[in-house]
Design a protein around this ligand. Sequence first.
Ligand code: PMP
Length: 284
Amino acid sequence: RTVYLNGDYIPEEEAQVSIFDRGFVMGDAVYEVTCVLDGKLTDFEGHMARLERSLRELQITCDISRDEWLAIHRKLLELNGLTLGGVYLQVSRGNAGDRDFHFPPAGTPPTVVLYTQEHPDMLDGPKVTKGVRVISVPDLRWHRRDIKTVQLLWASIAKMTAEQAGKDDAWFVEDGFVTEGSSNNCYIVKGDTIITRPLSNDILHGITRASLLKILAERQMKVEERPFTIEDAQGADEAFYTSASSFVMPIVEVDGVTLGDGMPGPVAQRLREIYIDEARKHAI
Ligand code: PMP
């Protein structure tokens, strides 16, 4: 695989970063993942807008323009012949020169890394056909979940906890309400209404969520942005989650309780089709 590191396109084995890089020492880095369909980037502008916001919120300086980001993404797709998968992008505050809690001096260049990942079963894997089973775990992450940092340890532990319980993924719960999934935004369906938690610093502002809500509004479908509980989800007709790498993913079980007939629900399946169609149409 050819990867991008600080201006160079090089084989992954040659891509090396300092042990003093703050991304490594302090988790001081942000990231983005953009989905690739038919060799094209989906929701690209949204991902770049969120990247710029994450960088701004953490005062990480990175002077790569949107046009340059697009050129780097496209070049990596071309060099790696990627048609179905994603491009992973990470920007850290760079090399502090030594371990120090304080930020390095202004002008210290950030470390910029991009690479491609193939996801051959993204469109039709077993999760899509069977639906996913989730368990709940307490949300023990920090309180700026709106910033997409690489501090993914709790998400990683949550996914391992789910796997060890024989399930597929975890939902985070705080103050009695579901915040979001370990790497996705969550929804429940009651009758003809789709319910999802409103945006705040408690959750990541999903780019797929934003695109889906736009699609729902265009079709005059009923949406309620309000927090919901595990019990609400267990009593719902359907549930699903969204993320760039999973689009719309049906959920069939929540903490051991089967939803409906235990198969992916019609609303989730229909929204998945519409979402993928729209993503394809607008991919660049
Ligand atoms: N929430 C969390 C915690 C995530 O990690 C992700 C995926 N990175 C999402 C939501 C979904 O965001 P997006 O639709 O932009 O992929």
